[in-house]
Ligand binder design. Sequence first.
Ligand code: PGA
Length: 256
Amino acid sequence: MIPRKKLIAGNWKMNKTPADGVALVRELVATVGKQSEVEVVVCPPFTGIESAGRALEGSTLKLGAQNMHFEASGAFTGEVSAPMLRAIFATHVILGHSERRTLFGETDEQVNKKVLAALKNQLRPIFCVGETLAERESGATLKVVQTQIERGLEGVAKDQAASVVVAYEPVWAIGTGKVATTEQAQEVHAFIRELLTKLFTEPVAQKVRILYGGSMKPANAPELLAQKDIDGGLIGGASLEARSFVELVTAAAAIK
Ligand code: PGA
């Protein structure tokens, strides 16, 4: 079986001007822009995607967005579409991030439409799922994750499913400094892979990268990334500085 290439994606959220983004990308290009052991993706805010894309040209770094609308064009004030992202050479798009779900009311149905639209336009979705603290404390974690996955990936064809990247991000661990234990994370990752096996067959499920997200830092990354079903990280806070982000890429490269 071909091992899954580790993926480290930086979710800059609503941070950095285009100029700040370019400066960060230049540092990343200089340090990890030639290696191809780990797939590295940066996801600037919309205003910085194009300039970041130019700054990473010729390197192995890839470009992603943090959200998009599911329609290709039309009267959707404030929105951006998959073809627009493709036109500026984005290859990835984060979809269904918990901040989109909780702060902006995105539903599983909307996330599903976005996943389908991304795939149709050859964008790889980084499809996020995860439970809240209350859900974990009430023992509902696996059920919540299962529902999000089943609804979010409804209608995805078997031959496209391997392009999906799943990000498991316990909501209580995002930006809080509270990281899931390796056991907690691996348990959910293994459960997700089992579910993907049921939905898309074993060979497909073995190809899907499942990232962990939620306060991943250089200090906790090696242990998390060494878990059998943890194929990388979706990084918020630690992606905003070259030093910590590069350390995460290095930690992923060190796992054999
Ligand atoms: P964090 O964010 O690394 O700052 O916890 C992760 C995310 O929200 O993707």
